[in-house]
Write a protein of this length. Structure first.
Lengths: 579, 48
């Protein structure tokens, strides 16, 4: 359906912006300092990010709204379609697992967050019903569903008591009810962890909860309640992946857009006012530069993981500078809704610049508040909201809202990830195994595989592997774009050079991550006796190798297609392009 | 360094990269044309 440019901008923006621009930037700023992070965010979005997103949309628009896989079948080689299916499926598996892992940890560690998410689901269902069945006008629907979701997000932390450091000392009524649920679930294992994990980046929100983590050793307990919240999030995503899009995924996405926008705008106001009204809050405290390859703590036995700035920074900062997920959602979703070709740039490119602002906000958050992962985002947003409201929203309360906002931003995308994942699986395997064509079967297979990765527990490598495959996905999308531009005798330079840079960077980084996984888990005496962690690490290494092989095949076939179009006279080339 | 500079850098990036570079590619390489029918208009199947 042709959709107006402003509505499509909001939908596309919320579909692309998730944990990537938040956690990735914060992790990178902690490892290498904020200066290299901000440089890559700005150069990346200016020369690579917007070009990848916009081109994927426009290529699909010019090719009857076909997906990347279908276009590569026509332009590159028939087998490219199958190889892309395999690549996309395993890449989405990493994406879903990396995001689900953070969200479940957050829900487990922060009893003030789940209510807002439960109400988001209910308001999503209500919003779809009101808009499309009861035909209520969009403005009253927006007010009802967004205000009620926001109210639930506020009610979650309401009534909390804080200690002198600003940490939660006692939960409010909602938090206490959630704690009771957690305890009931945990009693199934007698209050013991199912297994223990480590997070060398200290990003895991459970580290701040003494019940779930030992601050001295950094060992995190994976409790039954963690699995319970993972299951809760999978049920949420199941609705988003399988119900008709208007019934759940779209209204949830719409609520998410408003909550994200409110977060960004309020924080920006705080960032502008801060230097004048609260200079201490607004000053950066994080190190600007921590070296090209900051030394990492050695694991027992003397080996240490490595984090060289090139290539690792460029995959740790996932979606804020460039992302392959955008190309997928742009070519299968957004391109088919574009009303005018000239909307392609403001929607496809413009949303990428919008997402860059979310990444810059996350960088600001960690630079003024310190900390890691979602916690740094929440603490920074809490400070900025406190400044923006002239102290009306107290600091710890603002932090709680930051956590809630983070969850909403990420979960609205994860439901779409499972949606694209089940479609990819059924198109890839469905021809051979007809049962997989059933959407419930393909969703359940996708979710079980995701859970296995989440359970493996070493979150930072899962994240970097997701980042690498995500950026490699972007490179492959740019590769198809380059071949397409060549086939139409257009100048492909603006896509070709970014593609080469991302292609080489991501393949090298995938090798580095596989090495880090091997060092940290497989040969590490602290974890190498835990079957699940070791199996998970091996599974990730196998996926890493698989992704590299797939990318090499696509690169080789793409190169040949490129030479084919290059050596052909124009008329013939346009004939092959199918126009 | 403080928070205000990040806002300034962000706004500058959008203004410069979007207006000077992105718009030029859209005009000269892709040559987007508001009169050319998009897939949404060609099919109007109500799916998606």
């Amino acid at each position: 359906m042709p959709t107006s440019r402003s509505v499509l901008y909001g939908y596309h923006f919320k579909s692309i912006a998730a944990a990537g621009p938040i956690v990735g930037v914060i992790t990178a700023a902690n490892i290498w300092g904020w200066v290299p992070s901000i440089i890559w965010l700005i150069l990346g979005v200016s020369f690579i990010g917007w070009a990848a997103d916009y081109s994927a949309v426009m290529m699909s628009v010019r090719n009857d709204g076909n997906s990347l896989s279908a276009i590569s079948y026509k332009l590159i080689a028939p087998r490219t379609r199958t190889i892309l299916f395999i690549f996309i499926f395993f890449y989405l598996l990493l994406l879903a697992a990396a995001f689900l892992g953070i969200m479940a940890a957050l829900m487990d560690a922060r009893p003030d967050v789940p209510l807002g998410i439960l109400v988001l689901a209910i308001m999503g269902l209500l919003g779809g019903q009101m808009l499309y069945r009861w035909k209520v006008d969009v403005i009253p629907v927006t007010i009802v569903i967004v205000v009620i979701t926001l109210a639930a997000m506020v009610l979650g932390p309401a009534g909390q008591a804080f200690n002198a450091q600003g940490a939660v000392a006692a939960q409010g009524p909602v938090g206490n009810a959630v704690v009771a649920i957690n305890n009931a679930v945990d009693s199934t294992s007698g209050g013991q962890g199912v297994l223990t994990t480590v997070d060398p980046t200290k990003s895991d929100p459970r580290l701040s909860n003494p019940k779930l983590a030992d601050a001295r050793t950094g060992l995190i307990k994976m409790m039954p309640s963690y699995l319970w919240w993972a299951l809760f999030l999978l049920i949420f995503s199941y609705l988003g992946a399988n119900l008709p899009i208007w019934r759940f995924a779209q209204p949830v996405n719409y609520i998410g857009f408003w909550i994200m926008l409110i977060t960004i705008v309020l924080s920006a106001v705080g960032a502008i006012l801060g230097p004048f009204t609260a200079p201490k809050v607004a000053a950066f405290t994080l190190g600007a530069w921590k070296g090209f390859a900051p030394p990492q703590a050695a694991v027992t036995g003397g080996l240490a993981p490595i984090q060289p700035l090139w290539p690792m920074l460029f995959v740790t900062i996932a979606c804020g500078a460039i992302s392959g997920w955008h190309s997928l959602i742009g070519s299968v979703g957004t391109a088919r809704q574009l009303e005018y070709e000239t909307d392609g740039l403001p929607v496809g490119g413009g949303a990428m610049f919008g997402e860059n602002t979310l990444a810059l906000l996350s960088l600001t958050a960690v630079a003024i508040a310190g900390g890691a992962g979602a916690g740094a985002f929440a603490a920074g947003v809490g400070k900025l909201i406190n400044v923006a409201t002239f102290g009306a929203v107290a600091l710890p309360f603002g932090t709680a809202l930051g956590f809630g906002s983070f969850m909403v931003i990420v979960l609205t995308v994860v439901q779409l990830v499972f949606r694209v994942m089940r479609v990819t699986l059924s198109e890839w395997v469905g021809e051979v195994v007809p049962a997989v064509r059933n959407m419930h079967v393909s969703t359940i297979i996708s979710m079980i595989l995701t859970l296995i990765f989440v359970l493996s527990g070493t979150w930072v490598y899962l994240w970097q592997l997701f980042g690498a495959s995500n950026q490699l996905m972007a490179a492959l999308s740019l590769l198809v774009v380059t071949v397409w531009l060549k086939s139409e005798n257009r100048n492909p330079a603006y896509a070709l050079w970014p593609m080469l840079f991302m292609y080489i960077t991501t393949i090298v980084s995938t090798v580095v991550t596989a090495y880090n996984l091997w060092v940290t888990i497989i040969v590490n005496p602290a974890t190498n006796s835990q079957l699940i962690s070791v199996a998970g690490a091996w599974a990730m290494i196998v996926v890493a190798v698989l992704l590299i092989i797939a990318a090499l095949f696509i690169g080789w076939d793409g190169l040949q297609a490129y030479w084919r179009y290059r050596s052909r006279p124009l008329t013939q080339a346009s004939a092959t392009a199918g126009k | 360094m403080n928070t205000l500079w990040v806002v300034v850098l962000g706004v500058l990036t959008i203004v410069l990269a979007y207006n000077l570079y992105a718009k030029r590619i859209d005009r000269e390489v892709i040559q987007s044309n508001s009169k050319r029918a998009t897939p949404a208009k060609m099919y109007m199947d109500g799916v998606d």
